[in-house]
Design a protein around this ligand. Sequence first.
Ligand code: C2O
Ligand code: CU
Length: 564
Amino acid sequence: MSLHALAFLVLLGLTIQSQAELTPKTYYYEVKEANFTRLCKNKTILTVNGEFPGPTLYARRGETVIVNVKNVGDLGITIHWHGVKQPRYPWSDGPEFITQCPIKPGANFTQKVILSDEEGTLWWHAHSDWSRATVHGLIVIRPAFGRPYPFPKPYAEYPIVLAEWWRQDVEAVLLDFTRTGGDPNTSDALTINGQPGDLYPCSSAETTKFIVEQGKTYMLRMVNAAMNLFLFWGIGGHAFEVVGTDGSYTKPLKSHYGVIGPGQTMDVLFKADQPIGRYYIAARPYNSQPLISFDNTTTTAIFEYKGYKKTHSKPVFPHLPKVNDTSASVNFTNSLRSLASRAHPINVPMKITRNFVFTMSINTVPCANNSCEGPRGLRFRASVNNISFNSPNISVLDAYYGRIKGVYGDDFPKFPPLFFNFTGTNLSTSLETPLNATEAEVLEYGDNVELVYQGTNLVAGIDHPMHLHGHSFYVVGSGLGNFNRSKDRLSFNLVDPPLRQTVIVPKNGWTAIRFKANNPGVWLMHCHLERHISWGMEMVFITKNGIRPGESILPPPPDLPPCT
Ligand code: C2O
Ligand code: CU
Protein backbone atom coordinates (compact mmCIF):
# COMPACT_ATOMS: atom_id res chain seq x y z
CA MET A 1 0.00 0.00 0.00
CA SER A 2 1.34 3.43 -0.89
CA LEU A 3 1.98 6.00 1.76
CA HIS A 4 -0.73 8.10 0.22
CA ALA A 5 -3.32 5.39 0.51
CA LEU A 6 -2.27 4.75 4.09
CA ALA A 7 -2.60 8.42 4.99
CA PHE A 8 -6.01 8.40 3.34
CA LEU A 9 -7.14 5.41 5.39
CA VAL A 10 -5.89 6.98 8.61
CA LEU A 11 -7.75 10.18 7.78
CA LEU A 12 -10.88 8.22 6.93
CA GLY A 13 -10.61 6.41 10.24
CA LEU A 14 -10.32 9.71 12.06
CA THR A 15 -13.35 11.18 10.32
CA ILE A 16 -15.42 8.11 11.01
CA GLN A 17 -14.44 8.20 14.66
CA SER A 18 -15.16 11.88 15.17
CA GLN A 19 -18.44 11.54 13.34
CA ALA A 20 -19.43 8.73 15.64
CA GLU A 21 -18.75 11.03 18.57
CA LEU A 22 -20.78 13.83 17.05
CA THR A 23 -23.72 11.71 15.99
CA PRO A 24 -26.35 12.02 18.69
CA LYS A 25 -27.62 8.89 20.34
CA THR A 26 -30.81 7.64 18.69
CA TYR A 27 -33.62 5.80 20.40
CA TYR A 28 -36.51 4.01 18.70
CA TYR A 29 -39.83 4.34 20.45
CA GLU A 30 -42.57 2.18 19.06
CA VAL A 31 -45.93 3.12 20.53
CA LYS A 32 -47.88 -0.12 20.63
CA GLU A 33 -50.28 -2.20 22.64
CA ALA A 34 -49.05 -4.93 24.96
CA ASN A 35 -50.56 -7.33 27.50
CA PHE A 36 -49.96 -7.13 31.20
CA THR A 37 -51.44 -9.01 34.13
CA ARG A 38 -52.11 -6.89 37.20
CA LEU A 39 -54.61 -7.31 40.05
CA CYS A 40 -55.41 -10.86 38.88
CA LYS A 41 -56.47 -9.73 35.42
CA ASN A 42 -54.93 -9.59 31.97
CA LYS A 43 -55.26 -6.29 30.19
CA THR A 44 -54.06 -4.57 27.01
CA ILE A 45 -52.40 -1.22 27.53
CA LEU A 46 -50.62 1.25 25.31
CA THR A 47 -46.83 1.15 25.80
CA VAL A 48 -43.55 2.19 24.26
CA ASN A 49 -41.68 -0.86 22.95
CA GLY A 50 -44.02 -3.14 24.91
CA GLU A 51 -42.57 -1.95 28.25
CA PHE A 52 -44.37 -0.57 31.30
CA PRO A 53 -42.98 1.75 32.50
CA GLY A 54 -41.38 2.63 29.18
CA PRO A 55 -37.66 2.62 28.34
CA THR A 56 -35.35 5.07 30.14
CA LEU A 57 -33.51 7.68 28.07
CA TYR A 58 -29.91 8.13 29.17
CA ALA A 59 -27.92 11.25 28.39
CA ARG A 60 -25.30 13.58 29.75
CA ARG A 61 -25.80 17.23 30.51
CA GLY A 62 -26.00 19.36 27.38
CA GLU A 63 -26.44 16.50 24.90
CA THR A 64 -29.08 16.20 22.23
CA VAL A 65 -30.79 12.84 21.92
CA ILE A 66 -32.85 11.79 18.91
CA VAL A 67 -35.99 9.76 19.44
CA ASN A 68 -37.69 8.25 16.46
CA VAL A 69 -41.30 7.80 17.55
CA LYS A 70 -43.33 5.37 15.49
CA ASN A 71 -47.01 4.99 16.19
CA VAL A 72 -48.16 1.43 15.63
CA GLY A 73 -51.18 1.84 17.90
CA ASP A 74 -54.63 2.76 16.59
CA LEU A 75 -55.02 6.23 18.14
CA GLY A 76 -53.10 9.43 17.41
CA ILE A 77 -50.39 10.10 19.97
CA THR A 78 -47.77 12.67 20.97
CA ILE A 79 -44.74 12.39 23.27
CA HIS A 80 -43.49 15.17 25.58
CA TRP A 81 -40.06 15.39 27.27
CA HIS A 82 -41.14 16.77 30.61
CA GLY A 83 -38.67 19.31 31.97
CA VAL A 84 -36.48 19.45 28.85
CA LYS A 85 -36.42 23.09 27.76
CA GLN A 86 -35.78 22.41 24.04
CA PRO A 87 -34.12 25.79 23.43
CA ARG A 88 -35.57 27.47 20.30
CA TYR A 89 -37.12 24.19 19.25
CA PRO A 90 -40.72 23.95 20.49
CA TRP A 91 -41.40 21.59 17.54
CA SER A 92 -40.26 18.61 19.62
CA ASP A 93 -42.10 19.57 22.80
CA GLY A 94 -45.12 17.36 22.17
CA PRO A 95 -48.39 18.63 23.70
CA GLU A 96 -51.16 17.86 21.22
CA PHE A 97 -52.70 20.86 19.44
CA ILE A 98 -50.20 23.16 21.18
CA THR A 99 -46.93 22.42 19.37
CA GLN A 100 -47.98 19.65 17.00
CA CYS A 101 -50.89 17.51 15.94
CA PRO A 102 -51.00 13.84 16.97
CA ILE A 103 -48.77 11.32 15.19
CA LYS A 104 -51.29 9.31 13.22
CA PRO A 105 -51.41 5.51 13.40
CA GLY A 106 -48.71 4.17 11.11
CA ALA A 107 -46.77 7.46 11.04
CA ASN A 108 -43.34 8.44 12.42
CA PHE A 109 -42.02 11.58 14.00
CA THR A 110 -38.31 12.01 14.73
CA GLN A 111 -38.06 14.20 17.80
CA LYS A 112 -35.04 15.96 19.24
CA VAL A 113 -34.55 16.05 22.97
CA ILE A 114 -32.29 19.08 23.34
CA LEU A 115 -30.75 19.24 26.79
CA SER A 116 -29.06 22.39 28.06
CA ASP A 117 -28.55 22.93 31.80
CA GLU A 118 -30.83 20.13 33.02
CA GLU A 119 -29.00 17.59 35.21
CA GLY A 120 -30.52 14.83 37.31
CA THR A 121 -33.82 13.12 36.60
CA LEU A 122 -36.62 14.13 34.26
CA TRP A 123 -39.19 12.03 32.46
CA TRP A 124 -41.11 11.68 29.23
CA HIS A 125 -44.78 10.93 28.71
CA ALA A 126 -47.56 10.89 26.14
CA HIS A 127 -49.26 14.28 25.88
CA SER A 128 -52.47 13.30 24.12
CA ASP A 129 -55.74 12.12 25.64
CA TRP A 130 -55.07 10.04 28.76
CA SER A 131 -52.41 7.82 27.20
CA ARG A 132 -49.74 9.06 29.55
CA ALA A 133 -51.19 6.72 32.22
CA THR A 134 -49.09 3.93 30.71
CA VAL A 135 -46.93 5.72 28.12
CA HIS A 136 -44.15 7.21 30.24
CA GLY A 137 -40.59 6.65 31.42
CA LEU A 138 -37.52 8.28 32.97
CA ILE A 139 -34.90 10.57 31.48
CA VAL A 140 -31.59 10.15 33.33
CA ILE A 141 -29.18 13.04 32.81
CA ARG A 142 -25.70 12.41 34.18
CA PRO A 143 -23.10 15.17 34.66
CA ALA A 144 -21.11 16.18 31.57
CA PHE A 145 -18.24 13.85 30.76
CA GLY A 146 -15.54 14.09 33.45
CA ARG A 147 -17.69 16.25 35.75
CA PRO A 148 -18.61 15.08 39.25
CA TYR A 149 -21.94 14.89 41.03
CA PRO A 150 -22.17 17.53 43.75
CA PHE A 151 -22.27 14.67 46.29
CA PRO A 152 -20.26 11.45 46.73
CA LYS A 153 -20.98 9.14 43.84
CA PRO A 154 -23.68 6.68 44.92
CA TYR A 155 -22.83 2.97 44.87
CA ALA A 156 -25.78 2.26 42.56
CA GLU A 157 -29.01 3.90 41.46
CA TYR A 158 -32.57 2.63 41.17
CA PRO A 159 -35.56 4.04 39.29
CA ILE A 160 -38.76 4.69 41.24
CA VAL A 161 -41.54 5.35 38.75
CA LEU A 162 -44.81 5.94 40.59
CA ALA A 163 -48.01 5.53 38.60
CA GLU A 164 -51.69 4.60 38.72
CA TRP A 165 -53.33 1.47 37.31
CA TRP A 166 -56.96 1.16 36.20
CA ARG A 167 -58.73 -2.16 35.72
CA GLN A 168 -60.70 -0.33 33.05
CA ASP A 169 -59.16 0.92 29.82
CA VAL A 170 -57.93 4.50 30.53
CA GLU A 171 -59.30 5.87 27.28
CA ALA A 172 -62.69 4.54 28.40
CA VAL A 173 -62.27 6.35 31.74
CA LEU A 174 -61.66 9.57 29.78
CA LEU A 175 -64.62 9.06 27.43
CA ASP A 176 -66.82 8.23 30.36
CA PHE A 177 -66.28 11.34 32.46
CA THR A 178 -66.20 13.59 29.40
CA ARG A 179 -69.67 12.25 28.65
CA THR A 180 -71.13 12.41 32.16
CA GLY A 181 -69.51 15.71 33.15
CA GLY A 182 -68.60 14.23 36.53
CA ASP A 183 -65.38 13.05 38.16
CA PRO A 184 -63.32 10.34 36.45
CA ASN A 185 -63.38 6.84 37.89
CA THR A 186 -60.62 6.40 40.42
CA SER A 187 -57.70 4.08 39.72
CA ASP A 188 -57.56 0.61 41.24
CA ALA A 189 -53.92 0.53 42.24
CA LEU A 190 -50.80 2.59 42.51
CA THR A 191 -47.59 1.13 41.13
CA ILE A 192 -43.83 1.34 41.64
CA ASN A 193 -41.99 0.50 38.42
CA GLY A 194 -45.17 -1.03 37.06
CA GLN A 195 -45.96 -3.27 40.08
CA PRO A 196 -48.60 -2.55 42.73
CA GLY A 197 -46.76 -4.57 45.38
CA ASP A 198 -47.52 -6.76 48.37
CA LEU A 199 -50.68 -5.07 49.59
CA TYR A 200 -52.79 -5.79 46.49
CA PRO A 201 -54.38 -9.04 45.34
CA CYS A 202 -52.30 -11.33 43.08
CA SER A 203 -49.34 -8.95 43.32
CA SER A 204 -46.96 -10.32 46.00
CA ALA A 205 -44.79 -12.50 43.82
CA GLU A 206 -44.04 -9.68 41.38
CA THR A 207 -43.41 -6.95 43.99
CA THR A 208 -40.43 -4.87 42.88
CA LYS A 209 -37.36 -5.84 44.91
CA PHE A 210 -34.06 -3.96 45.13
CA ILE A 211 -31.03 -5.62 46.67
CA VAL A 212 -28.86 -3.30 48.77
CA GLU A 213 -25.57 -3.82 50.60
CA GLN A 214 -25.23 -2.70 54.17
CA GLY A 215 -23.15 0.48 54.46
CA LYS A 216 -23.56 1.57 50.85
CA THR A 217 -25.37 4.68 49.60
CA TYR A 218 -27.96 4.43 46.84
CA MET A 219 -29.59 6.97 44.62
CA LEU A 220 -33.27 6.82 43.76
CA ARG A 221 -34.45 8.51 40.60
CA MET A 222 -38.09 9.14 41.31
CA VAL A 223 -40.98 10.48 39.28
CA ASN A 224 -44.65 10.80 40.12
CA ALA A 225 -46.22 9.68 36.84
CA ALA A 226 -49.63 9.21 38.48
CA MET A 227 -52.52 10.88 36.67
CA ASN A 228 -54.43 12.43 39.54
CA LEU A 229 -52.65 11.82 42.83
CA PHE A 230 -50.14 13.61 45.00
CA LEU A 231 -48.16 11.03 46.93
CA PHE A 232 -46.55 10.78 50.34
CA TRP A 233 -43.71 8.29 50.35
CA GLY A 234 -41.00 6.98 52.62
CA ILE A 235 -38.63 4.08 53.31
CA GLY A 236 -39.21 1.96 56.42
CA GLY A 237 -36.55 2.54 59.09
CA HIS A 238 -34.44 4.84 56.91
CA ALA A 239 -33.98 8.56 56.58
CA PHE A 240 -33.03 9.90 53.18
CA GLU A 241 -31.69 13.03 51.53
CA VAL A 242 -33.23 14.84 48.59
CA VAL A 243 -30.37 16.16 46.43
CA GLY A 244 -32.24 17.24 43.32
CA THR A 245 -35.69 18.05 41.99
CA ASP A 246 -36.98 18.47 38.42
CA GLY A 247 -33.52 18.11 36.87
CA SER A 248 -31.70 20.59 39.11
CA TYR A 249 -29.61 20.07 42.25
CA THR A 250 -30.81 21.08 45.71
CA LYS A 251 -29.09 21.51 49.03
CA PRO A 252 -29.32 18.09 50.67
CA LEU A 253 -32.66 17.91 52.48
CA LYS A 254 -32.89 15.21 55.13
CA SER A 255 -36.32 13.74 55.82
CA HIS A 256 -38.28 10.61 56.79
CA TYR A 257 -41.09 11.22 54.33
CA GLY A 258 -41.51 13.08 51.08
CA VAL A 259 -44.37 14.47 49.05
CA ILE A 260 -44.29 14.37 45.27
CA GLY A 261 -46.87 15.93 42.95
CA PRO A 262 -47.86 14.60 39.53
CA GLY A 263 -45.12 15.60 37.08
CA GLN A 264 -42.43 16.19 39.69
CA THR A 265 -39.14 14.31 39.85
CA MET A 266 -36.71 13.84 42.70
CA ASP A 267 -33.18 12.57 43.17
CA VAL A 268 -32.82 10.94 46.55
CA LEU A 269 -29.84 9.44 48.38
CA PHE A 270 -30.21 6.91 51.15
CA LYS A 271 -27.69 4.91 53.07
CA ALA A 272 -28.39 1.25 53.87
CA ASP A 273 -27.44 1.79 57.49
CA GLN A 274 -29.98 -0.44 59.25
CA PRO A 275 -29.76 -4.05 60.47
CA ILE A 276 -29.81 -6.66 57.70
CA GLY A 277 -33.45 -7.14 56.82
CA ARG A 278 -36.21 -6.01 54.50
CA TYR A 279 -37.68 -2.52 54.30
CA TYR A 280 -40.61 -1.22 52.31
CA ILE A 281 -40.54 1.86 50.19
CA ALA A 282 -44.21 2.86 50.16
CA ALA A 283 -46.28 5.56 48.51
CA ARG A 284 -49.90 6.52 49.12
CA PRO A 285 -52.05 9.57 48.35
CA TYR A 286 -51.90 13.01 49.84
CA ASN A 287 -55.36 14.44 49.22
CA SER A 288 -56.52 17.76 50.64
CA GLN A 289 -60.09 17.67 49.30
CA PRO A 290 -62.38 15.31 51.25
CA LEU A 291 -65.25 15.80 48.76
CA ILE A 292 -63.57 13.90 45.96
CA SER A 293 -63.22 10.16 45.84
CA PHE A 294 -59.74 8.87 45.15
CA ASP A 295 -57.74 5.68 45.13
CA ASN A 296 -56.63 5.52 48.76
CA THR A 297 -54.41 2.44 48.43
CA THR A 298 -50.70 1.97 49.10
CA THR A 299 -48.04 0.76 46.70
CA THR A 300 -44.85 -0.88 47.96
CA ALA A 301 -41.52 -2.17 46.80
CA ILE A 302 -38.87 -3.85 48.94
CA PHE A 303 -35.27 -3.00 49.75
CA GLU A 304 -33.69 -6.27 50.75
CA TYR A 305 -30.25 -6.25 52.37
CA LYS A 306 -27.67 -8.66 50.99
CA GLY A 307 -27.29 -11.59 53.38
CA TYR A 308 -30.93 -11.43 54.47
CA LYS A 309 -32.21 -14.85 55.63
CA LYS A 310 -35.82 -15.60 54.97
CA THR A 311 -38.02 -15.15 58.04
CA HIS A 312 -41.73 -14.74 58.44
CA SER A 313 -41.64 -11.15 59.61
CA LYS A 314 -43.02 -8.47 57.30
CA PRO A 315 -40.73 -5.79 55.83
CA VAL A 316 -40.53 -2.61 57.95
CA PHE A 317 -43.16 -0.07 56.89
CA PRO A 318 -42.41 3.70 56.86
CA HIS A 319 -44.26 6.27 58.98
CA LEU A 320 -46.17 8.43 56.51
CA PRO A 321 -48.18 11.61 57.19
CA LYS A 322 -51.97 11.34 57.30
CA VAL A 323 -53.72 11.40 53.93
CA ASN A 324 -55.00 15.00 54.33
CA ASP A 325 -51.98 16.49 56.11
CA THR A 326 -51.48 19.70 54.12
CA SER A 327 -48.92 21.07 56.56
CA ALA A 328 -46.74 17.95 56.13
CA SER A 329 -46.91 18.53 52.37
CA VAL A 330 -46.23 22.26 52.59
CA ASN A 331 -43.38 21.85 55.12
CA PHE A 332 -41.58 19.37 52.91
CA THR A 333 -42.00 21.42 49.72
CA ASN A 334 -41.02 24.68 51.40
CA SER A 335 -37.84 23.17 52.83
CA LEU A 336 -36.30 22.63 49.40
CA ARG A 337 -33.50 25.04 48.39
CA SER A 338 -31.35 25.21 45.30
CA LEU A 339 -27.80 24.05 45.69
CA ALA A 340 -26.64 27.50 44.50
CA SER A 341 -22.94 26.55 44.63
CA ARG A 342 -20.06 27.82 42.52
CA ALA A 343 -20.30 24.78 40.24
CA HIS A 344 -24.10 25.03 40.12
CA PRO A 345 -24.93 28.72 40.34
CA ILE A 346 -28.39 30.17 40.11
CA ASN A 347 -29.68 33.25 38.37
CA VAL A 348 -32.94 34.54 39.85
CA PRO A 349 -34.54 37.33 37.77
CA MET A 350 -34.42 40.52 39.82
CA LYS A 351 -35.70 43.32 37.59
CA ILE A 352 -39.21 42.10 36.91
CA THR A 353 -40.66 43.31 33.61
CA ARG A 354 -43.94 41.35 33.64
CA ASN A 355 -46.21 40.61 36.60
CA PHE A 356 -49.02 38.09 36.53
CA VAL A 357 -51.50 36.69 39.00
CA PHE A 358 -53.25 33.53 37.79
CA THR A 359 -56.14 31.97 39.68
CA MET A 360 -56.68 28.24 39.36
CA SER A 361 -60.29 27.24 39.85
CA ILE A 362 -62.59 24.30 39.52
CA ASN A 363 -65.71 25.44 37.68
CA THR A 364 -69.12 24.26 36.62
CA VAL A 365 -71.03 24.88 33.41
CA PRO A 366 -74.67 24.21 32.54
CA CYS A 367 -75.68 20.78 31.34
CA ALA A 368 -78.84 19.87 29.41
CA ASN A 369 -81.67 18.99 31.89
CA ASN A 370 -79.17 19.23 34.75
CA SER A 371 -78.31 15.67 33.88
CA CYS A 372 -74.55 15.84 34.39
CA GLU A 373 -72.72 14.18 37.27
CA GLY A 374 -70.98 17.31 38.55
CA PRO A 375 -72.40 19.35 41.48
CA ARG A 376 -76.14 20.22 41.17
CA GLY A 377 -76.38 18.30 37.88
CA LEU A 378 -73.80 20.60 36.26
CA ARG A 379 -70.71 19.72 34.26
CA PHE A 380 -67.19 20.13 35.73
CA ARG A 381 -64.73 22.49 34.08
CA ALA A 382 -61.54 24.12 35.36
CA SER A 383 -59.80 27.38 34.50
CA VAL A 384 -56.86 29.75 34.81
CA ASN A 385 -57.98 33.35 35.40
CA ASN A 386 -61.50 32.16 34.74
CA ILE A 387 -60.66 31.00 31.21
CA SER A 388 -61.23 27.35 30.50
CA PHE A 389 -58.93 26.41 27.64
CA ASN A 390 -60.52 25.27 24.40
CA SER A 391 -58.20 23.00 22.51
CA PRO A 392 -57.85 24.17 18.87
CA ASN A 393 -57.70 21.67 16.01
CA ILE A 394 -54.52 22.91 14.44
CA SER A 395 -51.57 23.54 16.70
CA VAL A 396 -51.03 26.96 18.28
CA LEU A 397 -47.37 26.75 17.21
CA ASP A 398 -48.33 26.11 13.56
CA ALA A 399 -50.72 29.05 13.72
CA TYR A 400 -48.16 31.36 15.34
CA TYR A 401 -45.28 30.37 13.04
CA GLY A 402 -47.41 30.36 9.89
CA ARG A 403 -49.38 33.49 10.90
CA ILE A 404 -52.69 31.70 10.59
CA LYS A 405 -55.47 33.83 12.05
CA GLY A 406 -58.42 32.68 14.12
CA VAL A 407 -56.78 29.77 15.95
CA TYR A 408 -55.94 31.52 19.23
CA GLY A 409 -56.18 34.99 20.75
CA ASP A 410 -53.40 36.95 22.44
CA ASP A 411 -55.57 38.39 25.17
CA PHE A 412 -55.00 36.09 28.10
CA PRO A 413 -55.80 38.14 31.24
CA LYS A 414 -52.76 39.19 33.27
CA PHE A 415 -54.78 39.29 36.47
CA PRO A 416 -57.98 37.63 37.64
CA PRO A 417 -60.93 39.33 35.90
CA LEU A 418 -62.63 39.68 39.28
CA PHE A 419 -61.06 39.99 42.72
CA PHE A 420 -63.03 38.25 45.45
CA ASN A 421 -61.98 36.38 48.57
CA PHE A 422 -60.48 33.56 46.48
CA THR A 423 -59.93 31.24 49.41
CA GLY A 424 -63.10 32.07 51.36
CA THR A 425 -65.79 29.59 52.31
CA ASN A 426 -69.32 29.50 50.88
CA LEU A 427 -68.36 31.35 47.70
CA SER A 428 -71.32 32.30 45.55
CA THR A 429 -72.11 29.69 42.92
CA SER A 430 -72.50 32.54 40.42
CA LEU A 431 -68.68 32.81 40.44
CA GLU A 432 -68.35 29.24 39.22
CA THR A 433 -68.97 29.75 35.50
CA PRO A 434 -65.81 30.25 33.40
CA LEU A 435 -65.34 31.60 29.87
CA ASN A 436 -64.24 29.18 27.17
CA ALA A 437 -61.44 30.44 24.96
CA THR A 438 -58.06 29.70 23.41
CA GLU A 439 -55.94 32.56 24.68
CA ALA A 440 -52.19 33.07 24.85
CA GLU A 441 -50.03 35.42 26.89
CA VAL A 442 -47.37 36.97 24.66
CA LEU A 443 -43.92 37.67 26.18
CA GLU A 444 -41.07 39.71 24.76
CA TYR A 445 -37.78 37.88 24.42
CA GLY A 446 -35.87 38.46 27.65
CA ASP A 447 -38.84 39.42 29.81
CA ASN A 448 -38.33 38.75 33.50
CA VAL A 449 -41.59 37.25 34.63
CA GLU A 450 -43.05 37.04 38.11
CA LEU A 451 -46.14 34.86 38.24
CA VAL A 452 -48.26 34.22 41.31
CA TYR A 453 -50.43 31.13 41.21
CA GLN A 454 -53.48 31.68 43.39
CA GLY A 455 -55.62 28.70 44.33
CA THR A 456 -59.33 29.34 44.80
CA ASN A 457 -61.99 27.59 46.83
CA LEU A 458 -64.54 27.63 44.01
CA VAL A 459 -66.48 24.34 43.92
CA ALA A 460 -63.80 22.55 45.94
CA GLY A 461 -60.34 23.87 46.79
CA ILE A 462 -57.46 21.47 46.26
CA ASP A 463 -53.68 21.54 45.66
CA HIS A 464 -52.56 21.99 42.04
CA PRO A 465 -49.22 20.82 40.58
CA MET A 466 -48.59 23.66 38.12
CA HIS A 467 -46.24 22.88 35.24
CA LEU A 468 -44.61 25.17 32.67
CA HIS A 469 -43.15 23.85 29.42
CA GLY A 470 -39.94 25.23 27.91
CA HIS A 471 -38.58 26.80 31.11
CA SER A 472 -37.44 26.15 34.62
CA PHE A 473 -38.63 28.61 37.22
CA TYR A 474 -37.55 29.67 40.68
CA VAL A 475 -40.11 29.14 43.42
CA VAL A 476 -39.60 32.36 45.38
CA GLY A 477 -42.52 32.19 47.80
CA SER A 478 -45.63 30.37 48.92
CA GLY A 479 -48.31 30.74 51.54
CA LEU A 480 -51.84 29.89 52.58
CA GLY A 481 -54.82 32.16 51.91
CA ASN A 482 -54.83 35.05 49.44
CA PHE A 483 -51.60 36.50 48.08
CA ASN A 484 -50.96 39.97 49.48
CA ARG A 485 -48.67 41.79 47.09
CA SER A 486 -47.29 44.48 49.39
CA LYS A 487 -46.71 42.12 52.32
CA ASP A 488 -45.84 38.74 50.80
CA ARG A 489 -43.26 39.98 48.33
CA LEU A 490 -41.09 41.13 51.26
CA SER A 491 -40.50 37.55 52.32
CA PHE A 492 -39.56 36.13 48.90
CA ASN A 493 -36.47 33.96 48.87
CA LEU A 494 -34.23 35.44 46.17
CA VAL A 495 -31.06 33.84 47.54
CA ASP A 496 -31.49 30.11 47.01
CA PRO A 497 -35.04 29.38 45.77
CA PRO A 498 -35.48 25.93 44.25
CA LEU A 499 -35.47 25.69 40.45
CA ARG A 500 -38.40 23.61 39.25
CA GLN A 501 -40.75 22.91 36.37
CA THR A 502 -43.70 21.68 38.40
CA VAL A 503 -44.72 23.17 41.72
CA ILE A 504 -47.41 22.18 44.20
CA VAL A 505 -49.62 25.20 44.87
CA PRO A 506 -51.19 24.43 48.26
CA LYS A 507 -54.94 24.13 48.72
CA ASN A 508 -56.43 27.60 49.16
CA GLY A 509 -52.96 29.09 48.99
CA TRP A 510 -50.55 30.69 46.55
CA THR A 511 -47.09 30.14 45.09
CA ALA A 512 -44.90 32.76 43.39
CA ILE A 513 -42.42 31.86 40.68
CA ARG A 514 -39.93 33.80 38.57
CA PHE A 515 -38.47 32.94 35.19
CA LYS A 516 -36.74 34.57 32.25
CA ALA A 517 -38.54 34.34 28.92
CA ASN A 518 -35.43 33.43 26.94
CA ASN A 519 -36.82 30.55 24.94
CA PRO A 520 -38.71 31.69 21.85
CA GLY A 521 -41.68 29.48 21.08
CA VAL A 522 -45.12 28.38 22.17
CA TRP A 523 -45.17 26.85 25.64
CA LEU A 524 -48.02 25.21 27.45
CA MET A 525 -48.68 25.95 31.13
CA HIS A 526 -51.07 23.65 32.96
CA CYS A 527 -52.08 21.78 36.05
CA HIS A 528 -50.54 18.30 36.00
CA LEU A 529 -53.62 16.67 37.55
CA GLU A 530 -54.91 15.00 34.42
CA ARG A 531 -58.57 15.55 35.22
CA HIS A 532 -57.94 19.27 35.65
CA ILE A 533 -56.17 19.60 32.29
CA SER A 534 -59.04 17.66 30.72
CA TRP A 535 -61.40 20.26 32.21
CA GLY A 536 -59.38 23.16 30.76
CA MET A 537 -56.89 24.23 33.45
CA GLU A 538 -54.23 25.27 30.95
CA MET A 539 -53.03 28.28 28.97
CA VAL A 540 -50.24 29.12 26.56
CA PHE A 541 -47.24 31.43 26.76
CA ILE A 542 -45.79 32.65 23.47
CA THR A 543 -42.27 34.06 23.69
CA LYS A 544 -41.36 36.21 20.69
CA ASN A 545 -38.07 35.96 18.88
CA GLY A 546 -35.24 38.19 20.08
CA ILE A 547 -33.36 40.51 17.75
CA ARG A 548 -29.90 38.95 17.95
CA PRO A 549 -28.73 35.81 16.17
CA GLY A 550 -29.49 32.71 18.19
CA GLU A 551 -32.68 34.20 19.62
CA SER A 552 -35.20 32.93 17.08
CA ILE A 553 -37.27 29.79 16.72
CA LEU A 554 -35.55 27.21 14.53
CA PRO A 555 -37.43 26.03 11.45
CA PRO A 556 -39.85 23.09 11.78
CA PRO A 557 -38.69 19.54 11.02
CA PRO A 558 -39.87 18.10 7.69
CA ASP A 559 -41.72 15.22 9.35
CA LEU A 560 -43.76 17.33 11.80
CA PRO A 561 -47.13 15.53 11.99
CA PRO A 562 -49.56 17.45 9.78
CA CYS A 563 -52.81 18.79 11.23
CA THR A 564 -54.91 18.12 8.17
CU1 C2O B 1 -45.63 16.54 32.09
CU2 C2O B 1 -47.56 19.28 29.81
O1 C2O B 1 -46.58 17.88 30.92
CU1 CU C 1 -55.27 21.32 39.25
